[in-house]
Structure formats: structure tokens, C-alpha cells
Write a protein that binds this ligand. Structure first.
Ligand code: SF4
Length: 230
């Protein structure tokens, strides 16, 4: 897969949320939205961030100036997207933010396992999307081989010991409830301790599918489990 930004360039920023209490657990944080993503998930909430070459209104130097003004007020910065690991400028950006005294978080789809491995030592927390079993990925992301890469990232993340949350966005049009149960077992077997299921209604607007009994059962398989309905 192509890399959008060569080393030496600044991070391309698609947007900034000055304060969040929900995107970086336990932190008052800012969210930096990184421009560009190579995947094309049907349920993507940030289509304006997908084109890596699209013009952006916020520069990395503006983000740094904002963070300078928030020293002592914020305690974390989470890099989201788009896909932050698409950009070769990410490690330097993480190091800069850490040097300013902020904790660092990352939201990623895990499509570049080798790049994720390189930035794990610079991270205090990772939110990793696991979109489904490996063999369902191509249909969800539109990119052949995407599942192998995401699950490789999951293995690296769990082995690293960096605090993390795995999250799965799901509706019954993506894959069956039975397959979702198999995914839960696979995540638990992989050593995931924190899993969030983000259930959405899907294009047809169908009713919620996950039952309270399933939610209770899954909660017992992880140290932390969250059911979020979008
Ligand atoms: S990986 Fe994330 S940002 Fe990229 S298309 Fe899928 S949902 Fe959107």
C-alpha cells in the first residue's frame, strides 16, 4: 500500500477537536484528525478525511500552537482519522506531543502493522478497530488482504502491553450474529481484555440485533466490555 507522506513533511491534519472526554479513556484530550485513509468502509463516519491529497484548513504548526496554549489544561492528545499510521510524519508528531508533556493516544484500523509496531513505544493508549473475522475484511474495507494486516496489528498490540481497546462496528448486514459470536471468541483467545461493540442499524435501518443475554455473556469474556449503539 502507498504511504501518503514522505519523512521530513509535517503531519497532514484534517481537523481538530479541542476537548474530548470520551475518545481517550481517563484523559481530558484533544483529537487530531489525520488526513487520508486507504480503506473504504461502507459505514465510515469521516468520508472527508479519506482523500490523503485533499486540501486541509489546519496545519500541524497550528495544532502545536493550540497545544502550547493548553498546557496544564489538557492531559492527552489522541491521533485519529482517517488513518494516522498512513503518514510517515506520525512518529515525529507523537514525539513532539509527548515532549510537551501530553499523554498520547491513537485510533487505528491497523492496516500498517510494521508502522504500528514502530510507534507503540510512543503511545500511552491505542484504540484498534477490529472490523470482523479476517475473511470478512475485504468486503468491509474494499481492500484485498486487509484482514491479515489488521489481525497482525492486533497481535503486536496485545504483545506490547500498551493499554488498548479493541472496537468492532457491526450490523447484521456486514456479517451474521453467529459470525459475531465467533469473532468474540477469537478476540478473547487472542488475549484482548477490553472490547467495545459499536452496533449500528445499517443501511436498512433494521432493529438492534444483539440481545441482552449475549451482551451479558460477552461481558464475562473480557475484563472490560462496552456495547455502544450508534
Ligand atoms: S478504516 Fe476508518 S477512516 Fe478508513 S474508511 Fe474505514 S472507517 Fe473510514
Amino acid at each position: 500500500m502507498p504511504i501518503a507522506v514522505s519523512s521530513g513533511q509535517s503531519l497532514r491534519v484534517g481537523g481538530l477537536t479541542p476537548l474530548t472526554t470520551i475518545d481517550f479513556p481517563g484523559r481530558l484530550a484533544a483529537v487530531v484528525y489525520c488526513q487520508g485513509c486507504p480503506w473504504r468502509c461502507s459505514y465510515c463516519h469521516n468520508p472527508e478525511l479519506l482523500d490523503a491529497a485533499a486540501p486541509t484548513a489546519t496545519s500541524w504548526s497550528q495544532v502545536l500552537a493550540f497545544l502550547e496554549s493548553r498546557r496544564g489544561l489538557l492531559d492527552g492528545v489522541v491521533f485519529s482519522g482517517g488513518e494516522p499510521t498512513l503518514q510517515a510524519a506520525l512518529p515525529a508528531a507523537l514525539a513532539q506531543v509527548r515532549a510537551m508533556g501530553f499523554a498520547t493516544g491513537l485510533h487505528t484500523g491497523g492496516m500498517y502493522p510494521e508502522r504500528l509496531a514502530a510507534v507503540l513505544p510512543l503511545l500511552d493508549w491505542v484504540g484498534l478497530d477490529i472490523k470482523g473475522p479476517k475473511h470478512h475484511y475485504d468486503a468491509i474495507t474494499g481492500v484485498p488482504g486487509s484482514g491479515v494486516r489488521a489481525w497482525e496489528s492486533l497481535g503486536l498490540l496485545v504483545a506490547s502491553g500498551v493499554p488498548h481497546e479493541c472496537r468492532t462496528t457491526w450490523h447484521s448486514g456486514l456479517f451474521s450474529a453467529e459470525t459475531l459470536c465467533e469473532l468474540v471468541t477469537a478476540l478473547s483467545d487472542q488475549g484482548v481484555v477490553c472490547w467495545a461493540l459499536q452496533e449500528c442499524r445499517g443501511p436498512s435501518g433494521a432493529h438492534w440485533t444483539v440481545t441482552s443475554q449475549q451482551a451479558i455473556r460477552w461481558a464475562a469474556q473480557f475484563a472490560t466490555f462496552a456495547l455502544r449503539r450508534q
